[in-house]
Design a protein around this ligand. Structure first.
Ligand SMILES: [Zn+2]
Length: 102
């Protein structure tokens, strides 16, 4: 089993989860994602990677998820929302991220 880094948000243990198989044409693909175990205890937001066809890809994607990368993803999601409230928060997060990089 691939080693998983701790959750970038809560530092808790992460786990690999096998989702339902996905059939594309005549090929059946396994679906794997990695996520924070803290969601079961309710002490984390339960961040999860999207699904990948192998557990190794899911683990690699999870392990690249540094706090900075995770925040960049959140900023990108917020920018897609049309609400001015979300834009304002995206700007604040972007500034905070720049500040922490110095
Ligand atoms: Zn967590």
């Amino acid at each position: 089993m691939d080693e998983l880094k701790p959750c970038p948000f809560c530092g808790g243990e992460a786990e690999l989860i096998r989702g339902g198989d996905l059939q594309l044409g005549s090929t059946v693909h396994e679906q794997w994602s990695a996520g924070c175990k803290g969601v079961e205890d309710g002490d984390c937001c339960g961040v999860h990677e999207p699904s990948y066809f192998t557990s190794s890809f899911a683990a690699a994607a999870w392990n690249r998820r540094t706090p900075e990368n995770a925040i960049r993803e959140v900023i990108a999601d917020m920018r897609m929302a049309k609400s001015p409230y979300c834009q304002a928060w995206a700007d604040k997060l972007a500034r905070a991220l720049q500040g922490s990089a110095k």
